[in-house]
Design a protein around this ligand. Sequence first.
Ligand code: DI6
Ligand code: FE
Length: 403
Amino acid sequence: MQQWDSLWINVHLATMLDGYGEIRDAAIAVKNGKIAWLGAHKDLPAHEQTVELHDGKGCWLTPGLIDCHTHIVYAGNRSDEFEARLNGIAYEEIARQGGGILATVRATRAASDDALMQASLPRVRNLLAEGVTTLEIKSGYGLDLTTEARILRVARQIGRDSAVRVKTTFLGAHALPAEYAGRADDYIDLVCHQMLPALVAEKLVDAVDVFCEKIGFSPAQTERVFQAAQACGLPVKLHAEQLSDQGGAALTARYHGLSADHLEYLSDAGITAMAKHGTVAVLLPGAYYFLRETKLPPLGDIRAAGVPIAIATDCNPGTSPMTSLLLVMNMACTLFKMTPLEALQGVTCHAAQALGLSSEIGTLEVGKAADFATWRIDRPADLAYFIGGNPCLTTVFSGKSRK
Ligand code: DI6
Ligand code: FE
């Protein structure tokens, strides 16, 4: 007979295996931070003992939510640009005038490590309050080695200090810094041959990303960064087809990339390549909504090709200043016409796949991390249905209940 660390009874499970994978009137046990048993309460093994017993009183229990695309570590605020755009200046034009990403780069370079942490923690806490147990955090507001390293160190520290799993992504190729104006290829040299090796040596990088766009980097420059990532044994992902079709998704798939993200302008060739190589489509309805974009990602074609779809906040000060993954689920349904099941898959099993973590998290299965959240809802679709209000009751990260 083994002794469990904790046992949750009187819960309804959404295992996210084969759809919602509902198990009603269920129980789930935890041992050493992993799921040790789950199933119908009536099948609970007799004589098992547990240190902690939790009565869910009929609540729902899902895998912990996963926000697989954030730029959450940055300083400053861009509400001034929000106001400018509402007065008719386009996002791309603001970027060309040295605003946009470079405005946040200036603020982030000027901020101390502590100021960066203090600016980021409230955003992280908002996500954690809604049952998030895994967070991807990109760099990309430093654009020099010192600041890119500081951002990634703060991201690692957030993972150590807060009850959340953090995966970091190096996005040095996010924008061209002012000191490299007109010299994009030289900057890509710096990214590939100076920044990336130094950050890898400090074990700060779990994946590599690029902003492949007319106002970002070309497919050729993107491929050079991908080759540098491959040389370091790191997986890649890409900000792809957000404002135009650059062929970025197909390029990412050719490098067996974990995900291609945004995808409003994704082509059939990109979809075919992603389906062939198992690259996840990460849709970001917050940026679509905030930029008042009108071109929808080709959801029907992505779905028909069997490409897994994840969704995320894209939390960033310029195009998606949001810290609610539940609101993203509602937007994914309301704006992109995803189903509530697809939205929940998008922040659980498919989001785990977009981070290369499918063996550890994203579904409720014996042996996976005991990362889960309990909810005051009537059915799983409620999570995408409600706008505002937070039905999250408790969050468990690696078996420990978050206070
Ligand atoms: N695409 C985006 O929407 C964000 N980055 C990117 O590559 C915008 C980042 C910003 O405007 O600060
Ligand atoms: Fe982004």
